[in-house]
Design a protein around this ligand. Structure first.
Ligand SMILES: Cc1cc2nc3c(=O)[nH]c(=O)nc-3n(C[C@H](O)[C@H](O)[C@H](O)COP(=O)(O)OP(=O)(O)OC[C@H]3O[C@@H](n4cnc5c(N)ncnc54)[C@H](O)[C@@H]3O)c2cc1C
Ligand SMILES: *[C@@H]1O[C@H](CO)[C@@H](O)[C@H](O)[C@H]1NC(C)=O
Ligand SMILES: *[C@@H]1O[C@H](CO)[C@@H](O)[C@H](O)[C@H]1NC(C)=O
Ligand SMILES: *[C@@H]1O[C@H](CO)[C@@H](O)[C@H](O)[C@H]1NC(C)=O
Ligand SMILES: *[C@@H]1O[C@H](CO)[C@@H](O)[C@H](O)[C@H]1NC(C)=O
Ligand SMILES: *[C@@H]1O[C@H](CO)[C@@H](O)[C@H](O)[C@H]1NC(C)=O
Length: 543
């Protein structure tokens, strides 16, 4: 544990006196930073206000959802880009002291822009961790320390640089920031073999609500449990994760096979639901579903693309497919044998000769205006349901669905091992998206469409609660009201993301951040009765 300084209380007093009421927030923040900062790590050039020419460039840099960059979206007072862990620590201390709401951003992929826009509270600032991207791989120890601002692609690259037979089971999209990604679970093409990124975390370092840096031992097992799946920005600011590397074979096989409605897509997808969650753990076959025009036909059809990674060679893959899923008709020609790192690029959608070094650019390939939702499926959807779904997809301009198979290792963890509860009994997860490029003028049309689709799907998906993936943040499920931290109100979305783990998350939040320093529209609320229960305890001791 590293505390902010020896004479903290006295310094605090002096600082309070010296902060000028007439100065701007940013001037006060700078003054506070210089007051608390260790002189060895200067912070000049780390604060961008709207007056700086590069403000927009920095704001937009990693922001994924263009919906939250439109001119009407609230903008931060300034963006702070820390250069050291202690800068992050001081940012927490100073934002508390000055009463400025703080948002933290690692990779900027939040579906509702929560890392760079605050709709409910102003003024706010962004602490952007993009300059904190260390990755230290230790092959002998099968582990790595990875810093919050690194992308998951950089992590994969640094592992590959040291070994061709080690990997890490996390996201498919390589521009995800590990700070936000792993706090919500982090699934990818090796989830059926090794579970989630969050299932493979050994240790962590974070800045807590008091501005202290804590590792696993210092934070204790409750808080260490909460940060591995409890969602971003509720418990502290993650600085580093220590992750466990997993073995990958020298040869990995990938394929993408597409079938449209005229090629029996409905029957094959129906069959996929029964097969993909139970097939060999080395095989991950996701389905990407969207409307498309084929050849010179004027009408759109539905295309279903089976996009797969197999941890092994093509011969064994073909054997597995022949035994378990002959309906897809996979052939040797469809299969590409490659290395694990190239399979990562393939699944992420890079063109075939892209060198792995592209991962070091940390750039995203996917920026859109979008709205998304998620569901978990526990019983195969009947063909009639699939047909209704196709009909609705054909009514929208640019919809997309991605179905990810569960089973394998995902079923072997209990629902309470980490806060991510979607385990045994889950066949697959659906992600629904509507994408558009023409700004916000038709946004409500697309959002209405996806809400109606979500209603249509009710009978086919998980119930009591209807489950949702916290990393596919969806504010339609409810938001924390600005004037209260009502536990009852938050339990609607809380139970969807975390099931019974929500109660434990609330208890831990109440213990580690009772004043709700780390908050956003869907952060875990502390119980307002915390002080009362402390008093209860006192009474009992007194008795
Ligand atoms: C194109 C795309 C592809 C995706 N693919 C996958 C996938 O394959 N698998 C998967 O599991 N998910 C996927 N996701 C979802 C992704 O995991 C989440 O959006 C995740 O939260 C992104 O983390 P980030 O750091 O990039 O985002 P950010 O927007 O920076 O952060 C997300 C949330 O975490 C908070 N946060 C950020 N940094 C920290 C920190 N250091 N400490 C504490 N809280 C923090 C933010 O305030 C925000 O609330 C995808 C998202 C997109 C847009
Ligand atoms: C932003 O502008 C101010 C005032 O001109 C300057 O002092 C500061 O260094 C600039 N910030 C960055 C990151 O360049
Ligand atoms: C459409 O394509 C088919 C072959 O794919 C061809 O036979 C046919 O003539 C084409 N029709 C038109 C109107 O171009
Ligand atoms: C998963 O649940 C099924 C019953 O629903 C049970 O038969 C099976 O043993 C469970 N698997 C694990 C790994 O717990
Ligand atoms: C988008 O909105 C404009 C103006 O409201 C409308 O004319 C146009 O048809 C819309 N586009 C689509 C694809 O709906
Ligand atoms: C909080 O706000 C809601 C309206 O958004 C209002 O009805 C309620 O009375 C407020 N509660 C408190 C405690 O102020």
């Amino acid at each position: 544990m590293v505390s902010p300084g020896p004479h903290f209380a006295i310094l605090t007093l002096l600082l309070t006196v010296s902060l000028a009421a007439s100065a701007s927030l940013e001037e006060n923040f700078i003054q506070c930073l210089s007051f608390y900062s260790d002189k060895a790590s200067p912070f000049s050039g780390t604060i961008y206000t709207p007056k700086n020419a590069s403000f927009n460039k920095i704001l937009e840099s990693s922001a994924q959802n263009l919906r939250y960059l439109v001119p009407s979206a609230p903008k931060p007072e300034f963006i702070f880009t820390p250069l050291t862990d202690s800068h992050v620590q001081v940012a927490v201390t100073c934002s508390k002291k000055l009463g400025i709401h703080l948002r933290v951003r690692s990779g900027g992929h939040d579906y509702e822009g929560l890392s760079y826009v605050s709709e409910v509270e102003s003024p706010f600032i962004i602490v952007d961790l993009s300059k904190l991207r260390g990755v230290e791989v230790n092959i002998e120890d099968n582990s790595a320390w990875i810093q919050a601002g690194a992308t998951i692609g950089e992590v994969y690259y640094r592992i590959y640089e040291k070994s061709s037979v080690h990997g890490f089971p996390a996201g498919l999209c390589t521009s995800l920031g590990v700070g936000g990604h792993i706090t919500g679970g982090a699934y990818g093409s090796m989830m059926r073999k090794y579970g989630l990124g969050a299932d493979n975390v050994l240790d962590a370092r974070l800045v807590d609500a008091n501005g202290n840096i804590l590792d696993r031992e210092a934070m204790g097992e409750d808080m260490f449990w909460a940060i591995r799946g409890g969602g971003g920005a509720s418990f502290g600011i993650l600085l580093w994760w220590k992750i466990k590397l997993v073995p990958v074979p020298q040869t990995v096989t990938v394929f993408t096979v597409t079938r449209n409605l005229e090629q029996d897509a409905t029957k094959i997808v129906h069959r996929w639901q029964e097969v993909a969650p139970y097939i060999d753990d080395d095989l991950f076959i996701r389905v990407i579903i969207q409307p498309a025009t084929i050849g010179n036909k004027s009408e759109r059809t539905i295309t279903t693309s089976y996009n797969a990674q197999f941890l092994g060679g093509a011969d064994r893959l073909l054997q597995v497919m022949k035994e378990s899923f002959p309906e897809l008709g996979l052939t040797r020609k469809d299969c590409l044998e490659t290395s694990w790192i190239k399979s990562v690029l393939y699944i992420a959608g890079y063109p075939s000769d892209t060198p792995p070094e592209v991962l070091l650019e940390g750039k995203s390939t996917f920026k859109n205006y979008f709205k998304a939702k998620s569901d978990f499926v526990r019983e195969p959807i009947p063909e009639s349901g699939l047909q209704g779904l196709w009909q609705r997809l054909l009514e929208e301009d640019s919809p997309l669905m991605i179905w990810n198979p569960y089973g394998g290792m995902m079923s072997k963890f209990s629902e309470s091992d980490i806060p991510f509860p979607h385990r045994n009994g889950t066949l697959y997860k659906i992600q629904y998206l509507s994408l558009w490029q023409d700004g916000d003028k038709n946004a409500s049309k697309h959002i209405d469409w996806i809400r109606k689709l979500y209603n249509f799907m009710t009978p086919y998906v998980s119930k009591f609660p209807r489950e949702a993936y916290v990393n596919y943040r969806d504010l339609d499920l409810g938001i924390n009201k600005k004037n209260s931290t009502s536990y009852i109100q938050a339990s609607s979305w809380g139970n969807m993301y975390f099931k019974d783990n929500f109660n434990r998350l609330v208890k831990i939040k109440t213990k580690v951040d009772p004043d709700n320093v780390f908050r956003h529209e869907q952060s875990i609320p502390p119980l307002p009765v915390s002080r009362m229960s402390l008093q209860d305890k006192k009474c009992k001791t007194w008795e």
